[in-house]
Every structure is written in structure tokens, then in C-alpha cells.
Design a protein around this ligand. Structure first.
Ligand code: AMP
Length: 393
């Protein structure tokens, strides 16, 4: 009987899954899919290894009101029915925050789950859903090994300096430091960089993970040296509905002068800001690019202005720039975003080849560009599967 691994990536409004062979190092999923639009009108889709749409069966009957736990239970039933002839040997989860304690892939036990629960306030958009997926699997098959793979893990190669805030030492010592996120994505990109860059893969590279959540990672020797996100996934770039870097004085003003309470501020910073807040239209870059509204263009311009200035701020940590990589939904698909960011970086030696950029080619920089610019699709699931395999062996 074929042995397989399941990966789950439970986000705030989507649940992505993929199934991989347990005994090969293939990064190609046997099948994958997602439940999107959770909380509004959930939509299920799945495809096989060749990209052919799979019959949805019972997963077509999705209730608009279904919460994550219910949808995960339904998905697990669907998988069990469809793949009854394969033996599921482990489930790997993307878990956004590992805190100080967890950086390596970790088998989930009751006590690990309790520890991870304490990190919910540090990643309120993601961590509760990540943990709900773990609990749903435990209820379904209590003895099935579950491995948590952390988005914070990849950044633990950074120096202490790069991880410190300028706060009193005692607070740093208790773990109020810059953790960084999107580590599974950066780990994947670091692994495939030699295919694009050859020997230069170990040089000075900035990876821009631009999706609904967005961050950048400056790498040398394909290790994280500095990153734009910090203690939480709010810091750094402007995002779909998150504000990114903000003067902390604004938070004091909202608390003290405007009388907002903590949960109102949390909602404002995580769910009402970013592209959504500035445009007043949508958190979705594609929607904004299709809009003629001036506020949509304002949001796009601010996103790209902030992206270019944060990128420039990461360069000193790696002493220059040999290559820039765009990845994730916006990075892989929005030629406009890449152009608007790169136009602000010509002083760094970045020059795009417009035709290649427009067709989302792998290499999009001009021949004269001092910095090579690439579009590389990310694959966080493949990293979760890799980590599960090494854990099991
Ligand atoms: P992710 O979180 O990585 O799935 O990325 C989601 C973001 O990618 C959303 O803001 C989408 O609008 C954006 N996106 C996906 N495709 C395109 C596209 N063709 N043009 C512009 N933005 C896109």
C-alpha cells in the first residue's frame, strides 16, 4: 500500500491541502487543493499531479456558515473516501508562530499544543486556524503523527543584533524579539535558487514574498540574515489588510486620545488597514489593479513605495545586492507591482526587461541590469512535506 503525507495550511479565509508520497523526495504533490473564501461562501477545488481538476463529490455541499473546524472535518472525510487505498502516515501543518521555543519541525503533543496556544495573540489571523486544523486531525485519527512546521524557523540563522528591538534588555530576554515569518516560503526559494542563479545563489539575495501577507528576506549563503517582519506578522510591508510598519506613537494616540480598546486596535491593524484601508475598496491587489478609482491607485502606489524603501533598508545587512526574487500571489502574477518596485531601485542597479516582466518570465531583468531579477513560484507545502519525511525517518 502506498504511503502518503498530507500537508495542511489553514489560513484566515482558506484551507490549503496537498498530498505527497512519503518515501520519495519529490516536491510534486500527488494532489492538492483548497477551500477558499471561508466565512463568506466557501469554494472547494482540487487537482491531481497533472493539474487536472478532481471530482468534488460531497465537498460540493459546503455551507456558507461552516467554520474552519467543520470544513476541516469535511475535508478529512473527503480525503479518506478518495484515498482509501493509500496509507496516510503523517500530517504536516504550517504553523505561523513557533515563538522562542520551537524553530525545528516538531511532533505535536498535548503539551506542544498548549504552548502554541499561548502564541495566538502574536498571530491572531493565522495561529488559531493552524491549531484548529491540528485539533480536527487529532479528533479524526488520534494516533496519526502530526508535525508542526514553523514560519518563524528559517530566520533563526540571524544574528542576535538583527533580532533585537531597542527595548529594555529584560523584555528582549523574555522573548520580545523579531521572529520573522514566511519562513517556509523562503526555505523553498532558498532550495531552488541554484536552478536560477547557479553559483550566485549563495550571494546577496533579497526575496520579496508578496501575497495577501507580505514580507522580504535578505539572504546570504541562502540563509536568512534580516527580514521585514518582526515580533508579529504585522510589521514591515503594507499588506492586504495589515498596516505594516507604523509609528508606535500612533497606537498610543489611538489608545489614549481616541479611547480605542486593544481589540478594536487589533482589528484596525490586522483587518482594516493595508490595501483595504487605503483604497476603501478591497484587500485584493488584482481587484485594485482592475479599478479606475483614485484611491485604488493610491493604495497600489503606497504598497510599492513602502516595498521599495523596506527593500533598500535590508541591503546593508547583506552588503549589496546580486539578485532580487519575487514570489507569492502578487509577486508571481502582478507585472505592475514588480515594475513599480523596480522603477524605484534603478540607483541600486535594478533594470527590468518589460516584455519579460509582462509575461511573468522566470528572469525579468534586462541584460544590462547589475542585479538579476527573477519570478519564482513558491511552494510552502513541499517544505512541510520535506520536513515531515525527515522527521519520520
Ligand atoms: P497569496 O496570499 O500569495 O495567495 O496572494 C494573494 C494576492 O495575490 C491577492 O492580493 C491577489 O489579488 C494577488 N494576485 C493574484 N493574481 C494576481 C494578478 N494576476 N495580478 C495582480 N495580483 C494578483
Amino acid at each position: 500500500m502506498n504511503e502518503v503525507l498530507l500537508t495542511l495550511n489553514a489560513g484566515s479565509s482558506s484551507l490549503k491541502f496537498a498530498m505527497f508520497d512519503a518515501d520519495t523526495a519529490s516536491t510534486r504533490a500527488r494532489m492538492s487543493g483548497e477551500v477558499a473564501n471561508i466565512g463568506r461562501a466557501p469554494v472547494f477545488s482540487a487537482k491531481d499531479a497533472n493539474g487536472k481538476a478532481l471530482d468534488k463529490g460531497a465537498m460540493e455541499k459546503l455551507e456558507a456558515a461552516s467554520n474552519h473546524a467543520h470544513l476541516i472535518a469535511q475535508l478529512l472525510q473527503w480525503i479518506a473516501r478518495r484515498h482509501g487505498d493509500q496509507r496516510l502516515v503523517a500530517v504536516g501543518h504550517r504553523v505561523v508562530h513557533g515563538g522562542r521555543q520551537f524553530s525545528k519541525p516538531t511532533r505535536v503533543t498535548d503539551s506542544v499544543l498548549q504552548e502554541l496556544e499561548t502564541l495566538v495573540p502574536l498571530a491572531p489571523l493565522h495561529q488559531p486556524h493552524n491549531l484548529a486544523a491540528i485539533r480536527a486531525v487529532a479528533k479524526w485519527q488520534p494516533d496519526l503523527p502530526q508535525i508542526a512546521c514553523f514560519d518563524t524557523g528559517f530566520h533563526r540563522s540571524q544574528t542576535r543584533l538583527a533580532q533585537l528591538f531597542a527595548l529594555p534588555r529584560a523584555l528582549s530576554d523574555e522573548g520580545i524579539i523579531r521572529y520573522g515569518f514566511h519562513g517556509l516560503s523562503y526555505d523553498y526559494i532558498a532550495g531552488v535558487l541554484p536552478e536560477y542563479l547557479g553559483d550566485q545563489a549563495d550571494g546577496r539575495v533579497i526575496v520579496a514574498h508578496l501575497g495577501n501577507g507580505a514580507s522580504m528576506c535578505a539572504m546570504k549563503n541562502r540563509k536568512s540574515v534580516a527580514t521585514s517582519m518582526g515580533f508579529t506578522a504585522l510589521d514591515g510591508l503594507m499588506m492586504g489588510s495589515r498596516c505594516g510598519t507604523i509609528d508606535p506613537g500612533v497606537l498610543l494616540y489611538l489608545l489614549q486620545a481616541k479611547g480605542m480598546d486593544a481589540s478594536t486596535i487589533e482589528d484596525l491593524l490586522y483587518r482594516q488597514s493595508g490595501l483595504l484601508g487605503v483604497s476603501g475598496i478591497s484587500n485584493d491587489m488584482y481587484v485594485l489593479e482592475q479599478s479606475d478609482a483614485p484611491h485604488a491607485r493610491d493604495a497600489i502606489d503606497l504598497f510599492n513605495y513602502r516595498a521599495a524603501s523596506i527593500l533598500a533598508g535590508l541591503v546593508p545587512a547583506i552588503g549589496g545586492l546580486d539578485a532580487l526574487v519575487f514570489t507569492a500571489g502578487i509577486g508571481e502574477n502582478s507585472a505592475l507591482t514588480r515594475q513599480l518596485i523596480c522603477d524605484q531601485l534603478d540607483w541600486l542597479g535594478v533594470a527590468l526587461e518589460p516584455a519579460e516582466n509582462d509575461r511573468n518570465a522566470a528572469l525579468i531583468s534586462a541584460a544590462k541590469s547589475r542585479v538579476k531579477v527573477f519570478v519564482v513560484p513558491t511552494n510552502e507545502e513541499a517544505i512541510v512535506a520535506r520536513d515531515c519525511r525527515s522527521f519520520l525517518s
